[in-house]
Design a protein around this ligand. Structure first.
Ligand SMILES: Cc1cc2nc3c(=O)[nH]c(=O)nc-3n(C[C@H](O)[C@H](O)[C@H](O)COP(=O)(O)OP(=O)(O)OC[C@H]3O[C@@H](n4cnc5c(N)ncnc54)[C@H](O)[C@@H]3O)c2cc1C
Ligand SMILES: *[C@@H]1O[C@H](CO)[C@@H](O)[C@H](O)[C@H]1NC(C)=O
Length: 313
C-alpha cells in the first residue's frame, strides 16, 4: 500500500512540461521505419488511440446514442462496434481511467437512465479492478501453470492442436471466427474470449499459458491482470471456486451466431451452408455426444483420454 501511496504522491506532484519545450508530434509508423497498418474493415474497434478519441467514445456511448442504457441487452452481439463499450483498449493504454467512466456514468444515471444496463457497466469495471488486486496479492503466481490455487492439472503442449486453435482452423465455426477476428483486428468480444479459452483448456486440454501468451501478443487491449486472471479462471485454477468452467462451444455458436453472419464475415465463406446450423458440425470437427472428438480433421479422442486431467483438489 505504501508503494501505492508513493505512486499517487508522485502523480499528484507531476509538473507540466518545462516552458519552452516543444511537445512535438508523435512519430508515425513510417517515421519509425515500420510499415503503416491498414485497419481491418471488420473491426469491432474502428477507433484511434489517444485520450481525445477515448473521451469522444465515452461521450457517444453515453450521451449521444444512449447505448449504455441497453448495454445488458446488446453486449452479446458479435458484429459492429456498439454492442459493448469498447473502453478496454483505452483503459489498457492509459488513455481513459475507470474513475472517469464511473463518474460520467453516475452523471448519466442521475440525468437520464439508471437501470440494470448502466449498473452492469460498473459491475464489469469492478471485474477489472478485482483482477488488478488478484495480481497485487498473488504476484508471479499469475503466470504459474498451477495458478493461484496451486492446483495440479496435466496439460498438453501439442503444437498441431495449438496452431489449429491459433489460426482459427479447429472446425468449430464460432471458435474459428473469434480467433480470426483477433488475428485480423486485435479485438475479440468477451463472449468470444470465454469460449475460445474454454475450448483451449477444456476441450483441447492445452497448457492454458499458451493461450494466454497468444492473447498477449494479439490483443490491442492487452492487460496483464485481466488477461492472465481470466485465463486462470477459464482453466479452473484461478479464483473461481466453482469446478466446471466448460462452455459448450457448439451450443454457444448456435445461441450467439444463429444465422452464421459472424462466421461468414470472418471466414470469407460465401455460403451459410458451411456453418451447418444443426449442431454446427462441419468438416473437421466430430462430435460424440456433447464432446468434440476431432479437430481440424484430426482425431483428438485418444489424446484427450490418455492425458486425463487429474485434479488434485
Ligand atoms: C480469456 C480472457 C482474456 C481477457 N483478456 C483481457 C485483456 O487482456 N484486457 C482486457 O481489458 N480485458 C480482457 N478480458 C476481459 C473482457 O473480455 C474485455 O475487457 C472486454 O471484452 C473488452 O470489451 P469492452 O471494453 O467492450 O467490454 P465491456 O463489456 O463494455 O465492459 C466494460 C469494461 O469492463 C471491464 N471488463 C469487462 N469484462 C471484464 C473481465 N471479464 N475481466 C476484467 N475486466 C473486464 C473492461 O475494462 C471493459 O472495458 C479477457 C477476458 C477473457 C475471458
Ligand atoms: C434501461 O433503460 C432503457 C431506456 O429507458 C431501456 O431501453 C432498457 O430496456 C432498460 N434496460 C434494462 C435492462 O432495464
Amino acid at each position: 500500500m505504501i508503494y501505492h501511496l508513493k505512486q499517487l504522491t508522485v502523480f499528484l506532484i507531476l509538473l507540466p512540461l518545462p516552458s519552452g519545450l516543444d511537445p512535438q508530434q508523435l512519430p508515425t509508423m513510417s517515421d519509425l521505419g515500420v510499415q503503416e497498418i491498414a485497419p481491418d474493415k471488420r473491426s469491432a474497434f474502428p477507433f484511434s488511440g489517444g485520450e481525445t478519441s477515448a473521451l469522444d467514445r465515452l461521450n457517444k456511448y453515453l450521451w449521444e446514442t444512449d447505448s449504455v442504457a441497453v448495454y445488458k441487452e446488446t453486449r452479446d452481439g458479435m458484429v459492429g462496434s456498439d454492442y459493448s463499450t469498447k473502453f478496454s483498449t483505452w483503459l489498457a493504454n492509459g488513455c481513459l481511467s475507470p474513475r472517469q467512466i464511473y463518474w460520467e456514468l453516475k452523471k448519466y444515471e442521475s440525468k437520464r437512465t439508471s437501470n440494470q444496463s448502466t449498473h452492469s457497466v460498473v459491475f464489469e469495471l469492478l471485474w477489472r479492478d478485482y483482477f488488478k488486486y488478484v495480481g497485487l496479492k498473488h504476484g508471479d503466481k499469475l503466470f504459474n501453470l498451477d495458478g493461484i490455487m496451486g492446483k495440479q492439472i496435466e496439460w498438453k503442449q501439442d503444437q498441431k492442436l495449438f496452431e489449429a486453435w491459433k489460426e482459427g482452423r479447429t472446425g468449430v465455426p464460432y471458435v474459428d471466427a473469434n480467433m480470426r477476428e483477433m488475428a485480423a483486428t486485435g479485438y475479440m468480444s468477451n463472449r468470444g474470449r470465454q469460449n475460445v479459452a474454454s475450448f483451449l483448456t477444456n476441450d483441447l486440454k492445452l497448457d492454458w499459458r499458451m493461450g494466454a501468451e497468444w492473447f498477449e501478443s494479439m490483443l490491442i487491449d492487452h492487460d496483464v491482470c485481466s488477461n492472465y486472471g481470466n485465463w486462470q479462471y477459464s482453466a479452473g485454477i484461478g479464483n473461481d471456486p466453482s469446478q466446471d468452467r466448460k462452455f459448450n462451444v457448439v451450443k454457444q455458436g448456435l445461441d450467439y451466431d444463429p444465422q452464421g453472419e459472424y462466421w461468414l464475415l470472418l471466414s470469407g465463406a460465401h455460403s451459410k451452408k458451411v456453418v451447418q446450423l444443426e449442431g454446427q458440425v462441419v468438416e473437421g470437427v466430430k462430435l460424440e455426444g456433447d464432446g468434440i472428438v476431432a479437430v481440424g480433421g484430426e482425431d483428438i479422442k485418444e489424446a484427450l483420454t490418455s492425458t486425463s486431467r487429474t485434479r488434485t483438489q
